[in-house]
Ligand binder design. Structure first.
Ligand code: C2O
Ligand code: CU
Length: 488
């Protein structure tokens, strides 16, 4: 054999070997990337219910005190992790106020570094919004005030410091902010907090063997940190006892990147009664509700005396390609919570046929259309620059916002300070679970969503609000822009 021929054969052999190794690792990674805890939990721990924070009355205002602090929490039993929380070691209390209330929140930061608290879904002046423009320095207290001026809804709060949101949320600062209003208060809906009206803050974590939080981003995941340990209200492997025949659950996806498709293990239907921005006009009977990070849903489920039912996250429909789907968690499933119904259940009235007042969407009164292209950690080809205002809108107007996901990667869209209605979703009408008031929406790869956004009267040409992808790693990498609301 000539030398040249031998060399050729050798290179061919090495190349083939390399290819085999590559394919084998690819297959192994692909196989390993699928996670499921279905059937594996024991439901040993009683679900924690975030406590309701009592407000102080001060000169006609409701004043809430939140202290951000460091703590230590056994996220899984017996293995303490360093965590952050508000008024506690992990997560934060539930704030509650009614439409028309004047509120002040005193946020005292003792975590030893700057952070912020953003009121996700709240209609409020930009200066009180708590985005990257309102950092709270160590040991400082930030005191935003505003008037609650929106329908009853399940909102939430979380840090939003520039380039640090993913870590600060992952460490554990997040909580609910429930808004009430008079009309909703008159409806026959389960409303005893923690009893037949139960908040469920759902998060995934990746933990080291010693129980500490793993901060690595997951180098192969297109959306960042995905964990295989699920916490509900900070409780691992949880169960909850219920004493009523109907129970309302306020679901919040407070995860960094994971998308859940939530339903019951026995596929029983439930009534979806509310989405991000408030109650639906009518309940929708469903057996799954999908939530991307930041989204909320209020559901009411029925239980029979003495039964045990598991709330589960099924494989979500990410509507993307084979690989992105697997590595973004599209093939993952989890048991979330076991519900244990008492032997005798207090009867609950049926869910009212009508919930919120009709909310016609009138596209004729749209003042203009804007387009947002999501791609490669940027929006319209630009990453966040805090000195640049990307959009100027006018107070009191309604606009059509078209958001297109140009990439193969899962993204979402969330504008601050407003709620919107979805008038078109991936080429069709909005699916039932996306027909109510929303502030965050999943935008499937290669698809568009069209949103009718109504801007309120809070205006200030110098104080921007943010719009961004709510996959926290994407947001931190600059997949975010700024808009101001100019006076009308
Ligand atoms: Cu949940 Cu810009 O935030
Ligand atoms: Cu994204």
């Amino acid at each position: 054999m000539s030398r040249v021929k031998r060399l050729l054969l050798w290179s061919l052999a090495i190349l083939t070997l390399g290819l085999i190794v590559l394919v084998a690792t690819g297959c192994a990674l692909y196989a390993a990337a699928r996670t499921s805890t279905v059937g594996e939990l024991e439901f040993e721990n009683r679900l924690a219910i975030p406590r309701l924070l009592q407000a102080r009355e001060e000169a006609g205002r409701k004043v809430f005190d939140l202290t951000l602090r460091r703590g230590s929490t056994a996220l899984v039993p017996g293995e303490p992790a360093e965590t952050w929380g508000a008024n506690g070691d992990y997560l934060g209390p539930t704030l509650r106020a009614s439409r028309g209330d004047d509120v002040t929140i005193r946020v005292h930061n003792t975590v030893g570094e700057a952070t912020t608290i953003h009121w996700h879904g709240m209609h409020l002046p930009a200066i009180a919004d708590g985005g990257p423009h309102q950092p709270i320095e160590p040991d400082a207290t930030w005191k935003p005030s505003w008037e609650i001026d929106q329908p009853a809804a399940t909102l939430w709060y979380h840090p939003h410091l520039h380039e640090q949101t993913a870590d600060h949320v992952y460490r554990g600062i997040a909580g609910l902010f429930i808004i009430d209003d008079a009309a909703t208060g008159r409806l026959a809906l389960p409303n005893e907090y923690g009893v037949d009206d139960i908040p469920l803050v759902i998060q995934d974590k990746r933990l080291h063997d010693d129980g500490s939080l793993d901060y690595s981003q997951g180098w192969i995941s297109p959306t960042g940190r995905l964990g295989d340990t699920i916490l509900v209200n900070g409780t691992y492997d949880p169960y909850v006892d219920v004493r009523h025949s109907r129970v309302r659950f306020r679901l919040l996806n407070a995860s960094n990147a994971r998308i859940y498709s939530i339903g019951f293990a026995d596929d029983r239907p439930f009534e979806l009664i509310g989405t991000d921005g408030g109650l639906l006009e009518r309940p929708q009977r469903l057996d799954r509700v999908q939530l991307s990070p930041g989204e909320r849903a209020e559901i009411v489920a029925r239980f029979a005396p003495g039964e045990k039912v598991v709330l589960r996250s099924f494989e979500p429909d990410l509507d993307t390609n084979f690989f992105e789907n697997r590595f973004a968690g599209g093939d993952d499933s989890f048991d979330l919570l076991q519900i244990r119904a008492a032997r005798t259940l207090a009867p609950s009235p049926p869910i009212p046929e009508r919930l919120a007042a009709p909310m016609p969407v009138n596209e004729d009164h749209v003042a203009g259309t804007r387009r947002f292209e999501l791609n490669g950690n940027s929006i319209n080809g630009r990453r966040l620059d805090l000195r640049r205002i990307d959009q100027v809108v006018v107070a009191g107007t309604t606009e059509l916002w078209e958001v297109h996901n140009d990439s193969g990667t899962p993204h979402s869209f969330h504008p601050h300070g407003v709620s919107f209605r979805i008038v078109e979703y991936a080429g069709g009408p909005a699916p039932p679970h996306l027909r109510g008031l929303k502030d965050t929406v999943y935008v499937p790869p290669g698809n568009s969503v069209r949103l009718v956004v109504r801007f309120g009267e809070n205006s200030n040409p110098d104080r921007p609000y943010m719009f961004h992808c709510h996959v926290l790693q994407h947001e931190d990498r600059g997949m975010m822009g700024q808009f101001v609301v100019a006076p009308g």
